[in-house]
Design a protein around this ligand. Structure first.
Ligand code: CP
Length: 305
């Protein structure tokens, strides 16, 4: 298929090929001339129906490093505000000879829906609380870079699992690569079906931290909550905030990750976010190379490169 709609639909070998290609592109973008001419005849539209800093800029840079032509669309300043539908919007953009669409959308399944309605290659850049496949790929790539083979590594995902597309895509990716995955957070923010995905669940953060090699700290997504899922931010910080004091009790080195944006002082202290243990900016750096790999591999299929 010529889309990346979710990690659920990828095989382990697909992920391994993306990582191999991303490793090559990481070398390329660290050279004095960061660009390659590979996608000179490919045009990509970045459609953002929801706010983004990292994903939007990372896709745009990845596309430009591959020499693709790029157009950017933000729903907030578009004719969507006049009532134009998603399919009409995309078909109008495609009429301008666009080959590939990168889309972030607040509705779960928006990319899957679009892929059945329009004639273009679709990359999901985050669809509501469903999946964020390129984030999971860059997270897993960063773990592999830091710790070697992912198989057997114990990865803990902490916080608002219920509303997190990052958590679901990470679970799919890490399980496919052979990692042990545990989630930790308030019971109200952990979906009940996770055991079906082979994920361990722990509500006590100190116990969870004792049994992991990597802790991926998620943001509490207040914008996706219609009710309060825990008593107060102060209580959340006390039970689920990662601080130096909490880590010192463990007496071991953990790799700390965060997909961004960080709520500093809530899920993660500034001291740890800015420490050598955190690979947060490495994740961002790797995001460009991983997205170059995804775009290149999809474009190679549609253009028979
Ligand atoms: N990690 C991530 O998706 O960040 P943005 O929302 O800024 O793109």
């Amino acid at each position: 298929v010529n889309h990346l709609l979710g990690i659920k639909y990828l095989k382990k070998e697909d992920i391994a090929l993306i990582f191999k290609t991303a490793k090559h592109f990481k070398e390329v973008i660290n050279r004095p001339i960061k660009k390659v001419p590979s996608l000179r005849d490919v045009t990509i539209a970045n459609l953002f129906f929801e706010n983004s800093t990292r994903t939007r800029l990372s896709f745009e840079l990845a596309e430009k490093r591959l020499s693709a032509d790029v157009v950017n669309f933000s729903a907030a300043s578009s004719s969507v505000k006049k009532g134009e539908t998603l399919v009409d919007t995309v078909n109008n953009i495609l009429a301008m000879k666009v080959d590939m669409v990168v889309m972030r959308h607040p509705n779960p399944g928006a990319g899957i829906f679009l892929s059945k309605q329009v004639d273009a290659s679709i990359i999901n850049a985050g669809d509501g609380a469903h999946e964020h496949p390129t984030q999971a790929l860059l997270d897993a790539f960063s773990i592999q870079e830091e710790l070697g083979d992912i198989a057997g590594k114990r990865v803990l995902i902490v916080g608002d699992i219920l509303h997190s597309r990052v958590a679901l895509s990470n679970i799919y990716a890490l399980k496919k690569m052979g990692a042990e995955v545990m989630v930790c957070g308030p019971k109200t923010l952990i979906p009940k079906h996770l055991h079906k995905l082979g994920v361990k669940v722990e509500t006590n953060l100190d116990k969870a931290l004792a049994g992991c090699d990597v802790a991926n700290m998620l943001r509490v997504q207040n914008e996706r909550m219609d009710v309060n899922y825990f008593p107060s931010t102060k209580e959340y910080v006390k039970q689920y905030g990662l601080t130096k004091k909490r880590l010192e009790k463990l007496n071991k080195e953990l790799v700390i990750m965060h997909p961004g944006p960080i709520n500093r002082g809530v899920e993660l202290s500034s001291e740890l976010a800015d420490s050598d243990q955190a690979i947060i900016l490495d994740q961002v750096e790797n995001g460009v190379a991983v997205r170059m790999a995804v775009i290149y591999l999809l474009a190679a299929k549609i253009k028979q490169l």
